[in-house]
Write a protein of this length. Structure first.
Lengths: 118, 96
């Protein structure tokens, strides 16, 4: 049983590291701020979950598990808020996504709605 | 095994730094620094387990909060700086 838990935690830790590598590769290679945000948020949510879960399996039910949970919940809250503000701030600065202008965005709220109004 | 995970986090931090140095816009740099902070939190926690010191998890929590605050501060600064400079240019045009 202990061997099984060790194996599972190692797999989770290595999966977290692999997700971190993929996120770093995506941040370097993707063409746009918004697509890079997608790559970076993968590390924030899934990579952190894998690493913290792998570490929590090593400690068992102790105070350390609670601390790891607190750290993960802080990370989950703060990265969501930071990504929201980053996206809002980038779109307000006039940085359009490569896939075309966003419909009804903060920067140009009426784009794509003139046809309906007329 | 902790060492391997910490090493992978280090490689990810290096890739984020590449983007922070290359990034064409300021938002690319902010995004890369934010991701660097997350990877650092994960690496601090893993290294704390590796050397057998649980205290480092507390440091990782504090680091996550400080990294979030700094990202927020820089983003608000860029947002308001643009508005302020636009307003200053407008008032300068009105004056002439």
């Amino acid at each position: 049983m202990s061997i099984l838990l060790d194996l599972l935690s190692w797999v989770l830790l290595l999966a977290g590291g692999g997700i971190a590598i993929v996120a770093g590769y995506g941040v370097v290679r993707l063409p746009d701020v918004y697509t890079r945000m997608h790559a970076a948020s993968m590390l924030d949510s899934l990579g952190a979950l894998c690493v913290f879960l792998g570490l929590a399996l090593q400690t068992g039910m102790t105070l350390m598990t609670l601390k790891l949970g607190i750290a993960y919940s802080f990370l989950l809250l703060t990265t969501a808020v930071a990504a929201h503000i980053l996206g809002k701030s980038a779109i307000k600065s006039g940085l359009e996504p490569l896939s075309g202008p966003m419909v009804g965005s903060v920067a140009r709220p009426n784009v794509g709605q003139e046809a309906d109004a007329g | 095994m902790y060492g391997a995970a910490a090493l992978l986090m280090l490689v990810s931090m290096a890739l984020a730094l590449v983007r922070a140095l290359k990034g064409p816009t300021v938002y690319d740099r902010i995004l890369a620094v934010n991701m660097f902070g997350t990877a650092t939190v994960l690496m601090i926690t893993t290294v704390g387990f590796m050397i057998g010191r649980g205290d480092l998890v507390d440091i990782a929590i504090i680091y996550a909060l400080i990294s979030f605050t700094s990202t927020l501060a820089v983003l608000r600064f860029t947002e308001y700086e643009r508005e302020m400079s636009a307003r200053a240019a407008q008032s300068a045009e009105e004056r002439t």
